[in-house]
Ligand binder design. Structure first.
Ligand SMILES: C[S@@+](CC[C@H](N)C(=O)[O-])C[C@H]1O[C@@H](n2cnc3c(N)ncnc32)[C@H](O)[C@@H]1O
Length: 246
């Protein structure tokens, strides 16, 4: 006959509770993974339906995989987590937003980051776009002008293990000259002209994706050629928060 001491019973109860917690956590992980898959399918449909304007008919499999991998819910405030995999922008505090997943995917696709690239992002927000770039590029340098957001992004990116991202608090209009030139530059707030410092810090052969305009904004792709000249192509009308100046 077997006897259970009160200690053994207590240990058994703890073990059952711990197992239940693990099962709940893994179910929650499966839920967000499924939500993320649905989000990517929604992005696919939107990319296809806007192809005639944007020139992008489908996402590169690497970009698609990054969108399906990065946990967007970790980059939004707790009260918006249930909406994290909807295809819309969400508030992140300080009057700023995390960009719409479709726009993040489209801009990343247009940027075409390679695994060997060093990329500059202006407008870190809570760090979501930087995390996507972290998966696709060698090094990511990202600048945020609102200190509370810059700190939050740093914490988010470190906690989630995006170790190839360097964050800085400051005015991204000036770029990050100490680490220039960059192979690619992405700007996620809209200035009314392309900042000259960013063109100067783009490597010849590199490209910049940037929304430009005060009221009527256009998403633009700027290509810098070997001789230092640039060509700008307009992709689509967009709506971004304005680029703030220090
Ligand atoms: C659309 S939001 C963030 C988008 C973000 N990249 C994401 O992944 O969701 C744009 C961000 O640009 C920041 N910003 C505005 N002007 C800036 C500037 N001059 N330099 C750096 N960041 C700036 C805003 O504070 C805001 O957090």
């Amino acid at each position: 006959m077997m006897f259970w001491s009160p200690q053994t019973l207590l240990l058994g109860v703890f073990a059952m509770l711990a197992t239940a917690e693990l099962v709940t956590a893994s179910m929650a992980q499966q839920d967000v993974a499924a939500d993320r898959r649905r989000m990517v399918e929604e992005i696919d449909a939107m990319v296809a339906s806007t192809a005639s304007t944007s020139g992008v008919a489908r996402l590169d499999p690497r970009v698609r995989a990054a969108m399906g991998e990065v946990p967007r819910h970790e980059f939004v405030p707790l009260e918006y987590r249930s909406a994290a995999y909807g295809n819309g922008p969400l508030p992140i505090g300080q009057g700023q937003t995390i960009s719409q997943p479709f726009i993040v995917a489209l801009m990343t696709e247009l940027l075409q980051p390679k695994k060997t690239d060093r990329v500059l992002e202006v407008g870190t927000g809570s760090g979501y776009q930087a995390a996507i770039l972290s998966v696709l590029a060698r090094e990511v340098y990202t600048i945020e002008i609102v200190p509370a957001l810059g700190k939050m992004a740093r914490v988010n990116l470190e906690r989630l293990g995006y170790t190839n991202v360097r964050t800085r608090i400051g005015d991204g209009y000036q770029g990050w000259p100490e680490h220039a030139p960059f192979d690619a530059i992405i700007v996620t707030a809209a200035p009314d002209h392309v900042p000259p410092a960013l063109i100067a810090q783009l490597r010849p052969g590199g490209r910049m994706i940037i929304p430009v305009g005060r009221f009527d904004q256009e998403l633009m792709v700027l290509a810098k050629h070997a001789d230092g000249t640039t060509t700008t192509t307009t992709v689509a009308p967009v709506r971004f928060v304005p680029l703030i100046r220090e």
